[in-house]
Design a protein around this ligand. Structure first.
Ligand SMILES: Cc1ncc(COP(=O)(O)O)c(C=O)c1O
Ligand SMILES: [Zn+2]
Length: 434
């Protein structure tokens, strides 16, 4: 189990390397000041994707986690690393009501029939609505928390004791904020959550229950363009807070644990799916970390279905970057043409899928590359398709997902006419209705 599968990180933009043993290395070392146009990606050896069978994906797939290699470099034995994951998971379960468990994945028969698939094809739905904090988001954040806890346990943290830990910080008023605050509460780590004036009062109330320091962020006269929550978040980071973010450019370690969902799906496909593998994955994209991780997880299984990143007509910067990338030499060349391909969507509209209205797809580079590698392409769904997808999925599967959580299916509806009825398609119901 002590094989060094992971050497470290490499920035897809500037080529900088970060050794896996570097504590608290959240960003590319060349991402100075407010520059976030860098993209650390894991440099990882190829090995067959196997689970130990443990129902907790951080244990079942532990040897593939960058965190495991990091903790080994701190001197923790195999048994000690397993114990750290188990202990932290138990602490999360005490606050969240559940720890991390392999989530359900099955063919949705009634939905497949309703969409005209034949018996060989169909739609398979991964259900994340009962994951920790009600969405997939905690999967990403758990490896940041594991990193912090292991660093502290090893005596390598720059803070002297648990009482003077730097606060965690996140800019979000949705699932990511709830996941972050739930994980922070599980270890009584202070957290500051930067939310807009328009934040959902029910979410804010839950954040308070979890003892988060909720900071409402009106636009200040002195603010530059962009989201004031992000400005306040960046100021907190500059002041020493830990980026507890589900955006790779803010904290690449979120891209480690997020892969557990791809690993679960890929392993299930190999072990339990009779017949051919999936032809396509439709994944809803906001900041892009989710799709990047689903794709990265599948890639390690050696089978890469076509990836379709799904956005709505109200905000589709990723689809634009796909077209722009073609003008600069394709997805591989796009990394050195960030400004020409990815910039904030000028007129963000409204959508029932409000969790994917990020004006910028921060993790666009790995998503673009995954689509290119697997011969997929982005899909932009209409608002009618967003609503229809939610109605169909909730009614025909009984999974009480939000419209953001079912937006991948909206992408399938958008291109359904081009698919063969025997095709096999997977989507993720990524978050519960609030
Ligand atoms: C339920 C749900 N699904 C999907 C997403 C999109 O994830 P990402 O922002 O990583 O693209 C979000 C983001 O908020 C979400 O809340
Ligand atoms: Zn870089």
């Amino acid at each position: 189990m002590d094989l060094p599968l992971i050497a470290g990180w490499r920035c897809a933009v500037c080529g900088a390397h970060v050794d896996i043993a570097t504590p608290l290395a959240w960003r590319c070392p060349k991402a100075i000041g407010a520059d976030r146009h860098h993209a650390l990606e894991l440099v990882q050896g190829i090995s067959p994707l196997r689970s130990t069978g443990d129902d907790n994906p951080y244990l079942g797939f532990r040897r593939y986690l960058a965190w495991d290699a990091y903790a080994a470099s701190l001197g923790f034995t195999d048994a000690a690393r397993e114990a750290i994951v188990r202990d932290l998971d138990a602490q999360v379960a005490a606050v969240a009501g559940t720890g991390f468990r392999t989530t359900p994945f099955a063919r949705a028969d009634a939905l497949s029939d309703a969409l005209g698939f034949d018996a060989d094809g169909g739609v398979w739905v991964k259900d994340e609505t009962h994951n920790v904090a009600g969405s997939h988001k905690a999967r990403h954040l758990f490896t940041i928390l594991l990193h912090l806890v292991a660093t502290e346990l090893a005596g390598r943290a720059p803070w002297s004791s648990a009482t003077d830990r730097p606060p965690l910080a996140i800019a979000s008023c949705g699932n990511a904020a709830l996941a972050a605050s739930t994980l922070a509460a599980s270890v009584s780590w202070p957290i500051r959550v930067f939310v807009p004036v328009s934040a959902n009062p029910a979410v804010v109330a839950r954040l308070h229950e979890l003892h988060a320091d909720v900071v409402t962020c009106p636009r200040l006269d002195t603010d530059p363009l962009g989201d004031p929550c992000v400005h306040r978040f960046r100021e907190a980071i500059a002041g020493g807070a830990v980026p507890f973010s589900v955006q790779g450019p803010e904290n690449a370690w979120c891209l480690d644990g997020g892969r557990t969902i791809g690993w679960e799906m890929a392993r299930w496909m190999e072990e339990q799916l009779d017949g051919p593998p999936f032809d396509r994955l439709f994944v809803q994209v906001g900041g892009g970390a989710f799709a990047a991780c689903v794709a990265a997880g599948f890639r390690m299984s050696g089978i890469t279905p076509k990836l379709h990143a799904v956005q709505t007509q109200s905000c589709a910067p990723l689809e634009r970057s796909w077209r722009k990338a073609a003008e600069v030499g394709g997805p591989a060349a796009a990394a050195t043409h960030w400004e020409a391909c990815m910039w904030p969507w000028e007129e963000v509209g409204t959508s029932a899928a409000d969790g994917i209205l990020d004006d910028e797809t921060y993790d666009w580079l790995p998503v673009l590359r995954a689509m290119a590698d697997g011969h997929g392409e982005p899909v932009v769904a209409t608002e009618a398709q967003v609503l229809e997808a939610n109605e169909l999925l909730v009614r025909l599967t009984g999974i009480d997902a939000s419209p953001t959580g079912t937006a991948g299916l909206a992408g399938l509806l958008a291109v359904k006419d081009q698919l063969d009825p025997s095709e096999r398609v997977a989507v993720v119901a990524s978050g519960i209705r609030r």
